[in-house]
Each structure stands twice: as structure tokens, then as C-alpha cells.
Ligand binder design. Structure first.
Ligand code: ARG
Ligand code: ZN
Length: 467
């Protein structure tokens, strides 16, 4: 493991993991079994993700105890081996595991930090589809991020609030916790009658028996683990749909119902507006979860069900809805490119503000929190494409990111710019992309050499003056 650790530190693990199995020592080209890489080698979160297999589906079934906030869970992962595997890792920071099987066979496992190291027997040949079933019980942890914010499994007075960006899902779900390993999800959450469990995707069934209700949620499009949620509490539930027929499910803490009603009512209109700008809404359902989690203090674009830790403004709602295109459907390949999520969602907010009669995008760009900041401000000293794990949710990816897009719009003109926004959502739908991909796409759509432009806006420190 120390050698593999060194490869990860050097950022080589992806290459190592992607190599086809070498010819066997006997020269007959049979399988050569090795251990999958313990992570994908993302410098911001060096343990996230795993090599040697691709997750296709997560099925998580649990009962929830509101007294302890604990769960008794069985998660079944369906994956495909991408190398001949005699060992592989999952990411898991959750409670005690009572059993782990690969296919029908009990597998031995050990835990080291967030790595759950599994030894499958029989071994797995490249291309094999296999299942891993993990049973565990206890209270999943709250995870503290490099910026001191919290996520994971956050207790509330009536349940639990479950945000997962950038490293929270492993608190309650064993898996490959990096945006590059997307999968479909099914949740079966059993809670005491009267509580609601809200997950990503569509509600397949809700059945009450003997004082307990089981909610089954099905997330049918590929999803990054950090966007998974199964938030539980006492909620006012409402179902409606967009004018275009996308079903909407909203769950609102009764104590926030009055304060959030106007914002929640705007969801269909926001989706319709973004449909015209970004292309069709990428998922089969939409919605929102409004809960009281004051220690969280932020909102998150959980796929199809953005979650809000307090009553959201319309602007915040617009931001999280825009992320469904930029962040959720098109996701980053490396966390350092987080401006591709946050800059886009922030710029979408500016466009929504202008559309609804507020400040124009130009006025917002010029404002004191944006281009109006003095050239001497420390704001200009962070590089947009590498804010670091502490500042990845700070002002720069959001505001300098949005400014970059507004400046680009001025540079290439509205027709090319809005074509680019749509193309970006289409080309990388359900996938992962990098800043370099965006630069290339901007140049190809506009037919312009934008090297100097992106250099001052994205790759260099300092307040851009000419571009
Ligand atoms: N992506 C979220 C938003 O801007 C913010 C998530 C912040 N997460 C955190 N751990 N601080 O909508
Ligand atoms: Zn955001």
C-alpha cells in the first residue's frame, strides 16, 4: 500500500488504474491480479474515489431511529472491474460494519481512515460485473471540511440533514466518493410514521405499516456521490410540475413554510427560464428540501432535490437550480475546477436577477463585490482555477468565476456565448469536464484565440485590466 500511496501522491494512480492487465508470467496472457488504486489522486481530497472498478448503481436500504439519529443499513453496490482485481478499496467513514460480501461470498475487509479495503474471493477479472453488499449500523458522522463547514450526516431537531459536497457521502454510504465515478441510485428509507425521507430522483413508493413508513426513491440518471441526499424530518410535502411537465416534489419544514413559500413557488418559472438559456433541464424530476440546519448554513445542489439549511431567497434557489445543469449533469473532473460549478451557477443568478427586473448582469459585474473590488484587494490574489480546498467555496470560484463568464460574453458576443452555454451542457451531459475542455470549446464556438483572455481571468493572479 505504501507504493500505491506514493503513486497517488504523485498523481499517477489514474494511469496505474487504467492500465490493462499485463500478460501473465506464464506467457499465456491470462489474468494478472493486482490491487485497485486506493483513490483517483485528486490533490484536494487525496483519498477520494478508487481505481480498478466503476460503480454502476448504489442501492441503499436502512431504518432510521430518530432518538439516536442512527441507521441500520444494507448497501449493495453494483460495479464493473476495470482491471483484474485481487483487492479493491471503497471510501467509507460510516459506522461499524457487520458483514461484507462480494457476490455471494463473504469477503475479508479492513478499514484504514476512510479506506475500506476489500479482498474479494474469488478474484475479479476485468470486465466482470459484481456486487458488494455492506451491512452496517450506528450513527453516521458529521464531517468537517477544510473550510470548517460541516456536512455528512447532520442531526436536526426532527431528523437529519444530509449534504455531501465535497466529501460527505462516505459518512453514510460506502462507495467511490469522487465526482468522476457517477452511478444511478435507489434509496429505501424506513422512518417512523409522520417523518418523511426525501432522496434524489423520483418517489417510487411510500408505504406505511406498523407505524413505520418506507420511502423508495429512484435516481435514474447518473449522479456523483456528493450530490446524493436522503434528508429526513417532519416536512410539508407538495407535488406539482413545470409547464414542460417535469414533476416537482418539495419538502419544507413547517416552521419555514411561510418564509419560503414565495421562493418555492418560483421553481417552475426558474426552470423554464433556464431551459431557454441552457437547454432542456437534464433530469426526470425536480424539487427542493427546505430544512432547519443552522450549523450547516449553506445550500447544496443535491441532484433533483437541492437542499437548503434555512428558508432560501429566490436568488439562492436560482443558483441551486442552475447547478442541475452545471455541476450535477456536467461535473468537474478535479475539484480544483470548482469554478466550472460555482462560477456558472453564480452567473445564472445574475441572469435571473436581470430577467426578473433587478440589476443587470453588467451592473452586478461592476458591483463592489465583483469587478468593483480594488486592485489591491486580496480577492484578486487567488487563482480561479486553483483556489485550494480551503477556498473552494469562497468568493473567487463564485464571483471571479461569474465575472469570467460575463467578460467572455462581452468578448465573443451574445450569440456565441449563449451557444457555448448550451453546447457545454450538451457535450458533457452526465459526464465530467475540465477548464481546458471549456477553453477549447469557447475557442471553437467563437472561432477566436482566447489564450490571453483566459490567462488573465482564470490562470493568473491579479485584477484583469485588459482582455
Ligand atoms: N455547492 C454549494 C453551493 O454553492 C456549496 C457547498 C458548500 N459546501 C461546503 N462544504 N462548504 O450551492
Ligand atoms: Zn453553488
Amino acid at each position: 500500500r505504501s507504493l500505491r500511496g506514493a503513486a497517488v501522491a504523485a498523481g499517477l494512480s489514474v494511469l496505474v488504474a487504467a492500465q490493462p492487465a499485463l500478460a501473465s508470467p506464464d506467457g499465456h496472457g491470462g489474468p494478472r491480479y493486482t490491487a485497485g488504486a486506493p483513490s483517483v489522486g485528486d490533490p484536494y481530497f487525496p483519498d477520494e474515489g478508487n481505481g480498478g472498478f466503476d460503480v454502476r448503481h448504489y442501492d441503499i436500504a436502512f431504518t432510521f431511529d430518530p432518538a439516536t439519529k442512527g441507521i441500520d443499513a444494507t448497501t449493495t453496490i453494483t460495479a464493473v472491474a476495470t482491471q483484474d482485481l485481487d483487492q479493491f478499496d471503497l471510501d467509507f467513514r460510516g459506522p461499524q460494519i457487520s458483514s461484507l460480501t462480494v457476490g455471494k461470498h463473504k469477503a475479508s475487509f479492513r478499514r484504514e481512515g476512510q479506506e475500506l479495503i476489500v479482498t474479494p474471493r474469488p478474484k475479479l477479472k476485468t470486465g466482470t460485473e459484481f456486487t458488494v453488499t455492506v451491512k452496517y449500523a450506528g450513527v453516521p458522522p458529521v464531517i468537517t471540511d477544510p473550510d470548517d463547514s460541516i456536512e455528512g450526516w447532520v442531526p436536526t431537531d426532527d431528523g437529519v440533514f444530509v449534504p455531501g459536497e465535497p466529501q460527505g457521502s462516505a459518512a453514510w454510504l460506502p462507495g467511490s466518493d469522487h465526482p468522476t465515478d457517477k452511478a444511478t441510485f435507489t434509496f429505501h428509507a424506513t422512518v417512523p410514521e409522520g417523518l418523511t425521507a426525501v432522496g434524489n430522483g423520483q418517489l417510487l413508493s411510500q408505504k406505511t405499516a406498523k407505524g413505520r413508513t418506507t420511502f423508495v426513491w429512484d435516481s435514474t440518471e447518473p449522479m456523483a456521490t456528493y450530490l446524493a441526499t436522503i434528508t429526513i424530518g417532519r416536512f410539508q410535502v407538495a407535488e406539482s410540475s413545470t409547464p414542460g411537465g417535469i414533476p416537482i416534489y418539495t419538502a419544507v419544514d413547517p416552521q419555514l413554510a411561510t418564509q419560503s413559500a414565495a421562493t418555492v413557488a418560483k421553481i417552475p418559472e426558474i426552470i423554464e427560464y433556464f431551459n431557454t438559456l441552457f437547454g432542456p433541464y437534464p433530469f426526470a424530476s425536480a424539487g427542493a428540501i427546505v430544512d432547519r440546519a443552522p450549523d450547516v448554513g449553506y445550500a447544496l445542489e443535491s441532484q433533483t432535490k437541492p437542499i437548503f439549511s434555512s428558508a432560501p431567497s429566490v436568488n439562492t434557489m436560482a443558483h441551486e437550480i442552475a447547478h442541475q445543469w452545471y455541476g450535477d449533469s456536467v461535473s468537474v473532473k478535479r475539484w480544483s475546477d470548482i469554478w466550472l460549478n460555482e462560477g456558472f451557477a453564480t452567473y445564472a443568478q445574475w441572469l435571473w436577477t436581470e430577467h426578473s427586473g433587478g440589476a443587470t448582469a453588467q451592473q452586478t459585474f461592476d458591483g463592489s463585490g465583483n469587478y468593483g473590488r480594488a486592485a489591491t484587494s486580496s480577492f484578486w490574489q487567488t487563482v480561479t482555477t486553483d483556489p485550494g480546498p480551503v477556498n473552494m467555496f469562497g468568493n473567487v470560484p463564485y464571483n471571479r468565476g461569474a465575472m469570467t463568464l460575463h467578460a467572455l460574453r462581452g468578448k465573443i458576443g451574445d450569440p456565441a456565448f449563449f451557444k457555448l452555454l448550451k453546447d457545454w451542457a450538451t457535450t458533457h451531459k452526465y459526464g465530467n469536464a475540465t477548464t481546458a475542455d471549456f477553453v477549447a470549446e469557447a475557442q471553437s464556438v467563437s472561432g477566436m484565440d482566447l489564450t490571453a483572455f483566459f490567462d488573465v481571468w482564470l490562470y493568473q493572479k491579479g485584477k484583469p485590466t485588459t482582455w
